[in-house]
Design a binder for this molecule. Structure first.
Ligand SMILES: [Zn+2]
Length: 164
């Protein structure tokens, strides 16, 4: 009986952990197949827009949920993306969409054959407090009231980063 209770307890704990991971990390196809998942070696342009409506119009796609699209001509590739804040509201990031669109730049078709999911426990999405703070947000904040304390955004003391 004790053995059965222990198994039930371990199973319940495992399910709780899995639920917690699932609630924080959605599983969806995003990565191109390995065959197309590498640096783009042509001339790459990335354009950012403010809204998904703009992406929908410019990409000429009848899908209000679209976040990015791309065009390539064998020598160059243009990726059009909505800004990062909007992507994050939808559970994505610029990095995830860039990797997806880069696959299209490398010849992956729009049918998304062989699309790979974001792995469980992935490091590709982290909470805002674990991300490098944006200098753009800081300077917008400062420009509204120059008398604000002149300190750069901070991150935890073990992080080292440089804006380049
Ligand atoms: Zn795609």
């Amino acid at each position: 009986m004790k053995g059965l209770l222990l198994i039930v307890a371990v199973l319940a704990f495992t399910l709780l952990l899995m639920f917690d991971v699932w609630s924080q990390m959605p599983l969806y196809g995003i990565f191109p197949p390995v065959k197309y998942d590498y640096e783009y070696e042509g001339d790459l342009t990335i354009e950012m827009v403010d809204t998904q409506a703009e992406v929908q119009t410019m990409c000429r796609v009848n899908n209000p949920h679209i976040l990015a699209c791309s065009w390539q001509n064998g020598k160059s590739c243009l990726i059009l993306m909505v800004r990062d804040e909007v992507m994050r509201e939808r559970g994505y990031s610029t990095g995830l969409l860039l990797r997806h669109e880069r696959g299209h730049c490398n010849g992956w078709s729009g049918a998304h054959e062989g699309e790979r999911p974001l792995p469980l426990g992935s490091t590709y999405l982290v909470p805002k407090h674990e991300r490098v703070p944006s200098p753009t947000a800081y300077y917008k904040y400062k420009s509204k009231d120059p008398s604000r304390i002149d300190s750069r955004p901070t991150t935890n003391s073990t992080s080292r980063y440089q804006y380049q």
